[in-house]
Design a protein around this ligand. Sequence first.
Ligand code: AMP
Length: 419
Amino acid sequence: MASDRDVFQAPKGTRDVLPPDSSRWMEVIGAFAGRAELYGFGLVMTPIFEHYEVFARLGQSTDVVSKEMYDFVDKAGRRLALRPEGTAGTVRAYAQHRPTPPWKVWYCAPNFRYEAPQEGRYRQHWQLGAEAIGSDDPQIDIEMIDFLDGFYRSLGLRQVKLLINSMGDAETRQRYVAVLLDYWLSNAATLGDEMPRAQLNPLRILDSKRPDWQVIIAAAPKLGDYLSDASAAQFDAVQAGLRSVDVAFEVAPRLVRGFDYYTATVFEFQGLALGGAQNALGGGGRYDKLSAEMGGPQAPAIGFGSGIERLLLACDAEAVLPQSTSSTDVFVIDAIGEPDVAKLLHEIRGGDVRADRSYGSKNLKKQWAAASRSGARFGVMYGEREWAEGNVVVKDLSTAQQIEVARLQVVQWLRDHLK
Ligand code: AMP
C-alpha cells in the first residue's frame, strides 16, 4: 500500500467538491439558472482555454492578466491561456458569431488565477455570471443588478451591501485620470516602488487594499466630480431605476473594480458577514468598448460575475442554505438475496422516489445501520416470510415503527407518505 507521502494531493489553491457538499452547489447553480431564465438569459458555454490574446485584451495593468494568468504553449506552438474570468470569452464568442443584440447570456464555469491562496481566494474558483451585449440602455444595467440582488436574496442572504459607481465615458476618464495621476505623483513617497504601476493605470491604485495607502486613497479626487453630462444622466437613470425596483444601494465614489475594461456603471455586492478582504461576493459593470477591441462590432455591454465558493462561505456565515441531511428517501434492505429486490428498487426509482441500498452484504444489522446513515425516511425490507406472503416491511427510520405493505402497492404507498 502507498504510504501517506505517496498519495497525490489536489494542486495548491484548488479544492475538491464532494457529496454531500456538492448538493449545495447544485442548489446554488439551479437557483441561478432559474433566475437567469426569469430575466430572459440563455446559457452560454465557451472553452475553458482561449488564445492568450483574448484575455490580454482585458488590459495589461489588470493583475489577472499581468501576474496571474495560467498561460501555456500547446503542441503546435499556439499560446493559449486558461480562462481567468468569464467576460472575455463571452465577448469573443459574440464577436465571432454575431448574434442579434441584445445578447443576454449566463454561464457557470471555473476560472483560474495564480493567486496566493487563502480562505475565499483560490487558484481555481467557480463563477456564476451573466452578460448582456449590444445595448447601452440604463434599463439593462438596472435589470442586471436587480437579477443578482434577487439571486442573493432567494438564497436567504440578508447581510449583503450593494455599492455602485460610474466610471463615466472616455471623455470623463481622460479628464479624471490626468487629475488622479497628478495626485499620485504628489504622493510618490507613499507609493514608492509601485509608482510605475500608478503611472500605467492610475485607477488601479484606487482598489488597492494596502493598509499604508488607505489614507491617500481616501483623500484622492473623486471620479463622480468629473462625470460628463451624458455620463451623469446615465448614472442618475440607473440610480432612479434601482430605487423603483427597491434595490438598496450605496454610491461608492472610489469603486473602480479590478479590470481595465469597465466604462460607466460598475457595481459590487459585499457579503458583510464574510468580513476581511475577501468580502466581494460578486460584481461587474459596463464594458462598452470591449467588443470592438476584440474585432467585433461596436456593442455596448454589461456583465457580472459571482464566485460560488465565496457565496457558500457567506451562506455559512449567515447560517442560510443548510446542507441537506439526506440524499435518499428510501433504503431497501435485502434479507433474501432475491433478484426481485433489484426489481423493487428499479420500480421505486421509476416512481420518482430517491432510493438506495447496500451492496455485497447480507448482514442485516449492517444494512439497517447503513439505512440510518443514509438519512432515508423509510427502510423497506424484503424478508423470507413477508416475501412468501406478498408483502414488504416498511420501517419509519425516525420513529422505528414498522408495518407491512403489499409488495404491489409499496411504490404508491411510499409516494403518498413522502409528500
Ligand atoms: P472578479 O472577476 O475579480 O470581478 O471577481 C468576481 C467574483 O468572483 C468575486 O466577487 C468573488 O466572488 C469571485 N472570485 C474572484 N477571484 C476569486 C478567487 N481567487 N477565489 C475565489 N473567488 C474569487
